[in-house]
Design a protein around this ligand. Structure first.
Ligand code: SF4
Length: 148
């Protein structure tokens, strides 16, 4: 059983009300049991919503209370991102999930590279909040880019 970012399966849960549907992902896991999650919606954010980025840090610092997730209107949405990560982890534990395929670059789902918090399309090293909490709990993460 694997967790997959819902937007990769065509669910219109992105901040702009659209999806990131990825036919390669859908085909690659057609014989697997897939649990679709959108951590930002699980955290209580509505769709569409104001875009957010991690400000001065990464998911690791957000989970330690050392960085915030802010919207492009400078609103503090940290609590929604932390809650979404915790709810996703709860689902992973409930179903004994060992692997997740997450959407790259997202402040929730991103792995290894995320936007820098200035909304200028610049990427920095680091994980999104949900990716980080799953890694911290022993779950193997890849993004859509690593699926052959
Ligand atoms: S939080 Fe994750 S699943 Fe939800 S829209 Fe963003 S990248 Fe997709």
């Amino acid at each position: 059983m694997i967790i997959v970012s819902a937007c990769l399966y065509g669910v219109n849960c992105r901040f702009d009300g659209k999806s990131s549907e990825n036919a390669k992902i859908i085909d690659a896991f057609k014989n697997d049991q897939v649990i679709l999650v959108c951590p930002e919606e699980l955290g209580g954010l509505k769709t569409p919503r104001t875009p957010c980025e991690i400000y001065k840090g990464t998911g690791k610092e957000v989970l330690k209370g050392m960085s915030k997730v802010k919207s492009s209107k400078d609103e503090d949405f940290t609590r929604y991102f932390v809650k979404g990560a915790e709810e996703t982890l709860k689902i992973a534990k409930r179903f004994d999930v060992k692997k997740a395929i997450l959407k790259s670059k997202s402040p929730s789902c991103g792995l290894n590279r995320i936007y820098n918090g200035n909304f200028d399309k610049t990427l920095v090293k680091g994980n999104g909040v949900t990716a980080q909490i799953l890694i911290d709990n022993g779950i193997d993460i890849i993004t859509e880019n690593e699926v052959g």
